[in-house]
Write a protein that binds this ligand. Sequence first.
Ligand code: ADP
Ligand code: ADP
Length: 542
Amino acid sequence: TCGICVEKCPFDAIQIINLPQELEDNPVHRYGDNAFSLYGLPAPGEGRVTGILGPNGIGKTTAVHILADELTPNLGDSATGGDWESVLEEYRGTALQDYLESLLDGDVTVARKPQYVDEIPDQFDGTTRALLEGTDERGVLDELIERVGIEPVVDQDIDTLSGGELQRVALVAALARDADFYFLDEVSPYLDIGQRMTAARLIQEMAEEEDRSMLVVEHDLAILDLLADVIHVGYGEPGAFGVITDPKSVKNGINEYLSGYLENENMRIRQNAIEFEEHAPRSVSTGDVVIEYPGLEKSYGEGEFSLSVESGTIRESEVLGVVGPNGIGKSTFAKLLADRLEPDTGELDASVDISYKPQYVEVDQPMRVDAFLGSIAEDFGTSYWNTEIAQPLQLDRIMDQQLTDLSGGERQRVAIAACLSRDADLYLLDEPSAHLDVEQRVLATSAIRRYAENHDATAMVIDHDIYMIDLLADRLLVFDGEPAVAGHASTPQSMRSGMNDFLSNLDITFRRDERTGRPRINKPESRLDREQKQAGEYYYAP
Ligand code: ADP
Ligand code: ADP
C-alpha cells in the first residue's frame, strides 16, 4: 500500500519495490547512512542518444552529477567519500568503462537543459537573444533558432514567453554549447507533437553528425521511442533508492516498462501491464448530453488570432480528448466553455458547471496543500476521496507542504486533484501530463477516467502525449488551421476518424508493436508509412 489505503490498491498500480538481494551490497553512491542510494549508472556513448525511462526521485540527477564529475561516487561507503580509481575498477568490462576512462583522462564538459523551464525567467532578466548569445559556443545560434521556430520571440523579454517557447529556448541554449556530454531533462513539456519531433531530430543530429554523447530523460514514450538509440529503465522507491538498469534496446526497454516486468533483471515494477487498443474502439458513449454548443467564433483584437468552432455535443461519462498544434485555439475554446471568455458569435448554455485546470498552474497562495484541497473538496479526507483522488495522484507525501514550495510535478498533481474535487458537470484539464513522470501519467490517466465514469461526469483533456490521449479518450476534438493566425475545431468525432484527421495534418503515421500493440511513430517514407497514408489509416490497424 502507499500509506493511505489499508486495503489493496484499487488502481493495481502502486507497488512497493524491494531491492533485489544481489544489488543490495553494490550501490554506486549513498548519500549517508539510511539516505538515498543509487544503484547503476546510465552509460552515455559518443554518437548515441541514450534515454532514461522511469519515475522522478530515483537518482537521475545524482547520476548526472556523477557523470559530469561533480560528485565522486563512494560505492556505498558514505563515511570515506569516493575515489575514481575504485569506481573504474568496479565498472571495468561494462558499458560504462569507456565513458569513465575519458572522464578520468581529462575534462568531460557537460551542457544541460533543466527540467523546469518555467523557472528560467526567475533566473534571467533580458531578451531571448541576450540569453542565447551567452550560450553560443558552436556558432550555430541562428540556425537553431530557425529550426525550432522561435524567431518571433528572440527580441522579447524572457519573462513574456509561453512555456512552449521557453522549452525551445532552453533546448537551443543547451545544444548551442560546445560540450562532450549533453544532459536533457525532458524536452517535451508544453511542446506540440510537431515541435517534439523537431526537438528529437535536433538531438539525434547532435549525436550522429557531431558525435556527441546525448543523455535524455523523457516521459513521452512515443517521443522517447523515436529519439533514443538505447535506453536504461530506472525504478526504485523515490527518495529511498533508485536502480538504473543496464542498457536495453529502445523497443524492449519500453515494452518491458509497459508490461511492468523487467526481464533481464527479473523484476516486477508494476502489478498491471499498460495496454493499448490496437483497433479503434467501437462503442461511443450514448449517455445523456451534458453540453450542446452551437457554432462559435472568437477573435482577439484587430486581425489577431481568430477561432471558429463547429457545433457539437458532449455526453455524460465520456472522456473527450482534445488535440492540435500549439497556438491553434484549444485554450481559447476551453475558456469559452468555462465562461472565462465571451464568444463573438454563438451563445453558450451557462447552466453547465465547469471545473477548469489551466495549462500553466500558477500558485501564489502561501497555504498548505491539505488546507487548499480541504477548502475545495467537500468530501476531503473521506476514504472515498483518498481512494479516488489522493492516492492515484500520490498526494499523501506532500499534504503538509506549502503550495509555493512544490515542484512542477507536485503542483500539477495538486491542480488535477483540485479540478476533480470540485462539483461540476464538465472537467476540463489543459495539459495534465506536463511535468508528470511516466508512472504518474498512468496513474493520473486512470484517476481521470474512473472519475468521469463514477460521477456521470465528462472530462475534456487537452494533451500532446499520444499515449495518454490513447489511454484516456473515448472521442476526439481535433483542431487545425494556422497557429497564431486562425484555428478551426471540428465537431467531436470517433477515435479512428479523429486520429486520422489529426495525424494527416501532421503527416505522421503510427504502426503497432507486434508484441504489445503499443503505437510507434513510422519513419517518414517507410513502406508502412506510405501504405498507411494511401489507405488513410494513420493510427489504428484497419
Ligand atoms: P531524480 O533526478 O531522479 O528526480 P535525484 O537524483 O535528484 O532524483 O534525487 C534522488 C534522491 O536523492 C532524492 O530523494 C533526493 O532527496 C536525494 N538527494 C539528492 N541529493 C542529495 C544530497 N546531497 N544529500 C542527500 N540526499 C540527496
Ligand atoms: P492553444 O491552446 O491551442 O495553444 P490558445 O487558445 O492559447 O492556443 O491561443 C491561440 C492564439 O491566440 C495564440 O496565437 C495566442 O497567442 C493568441 N491569444 C491567446 N490569448 C490571447 C489574448 N488574450 N489576446 C490576444 N491574443 C491571444
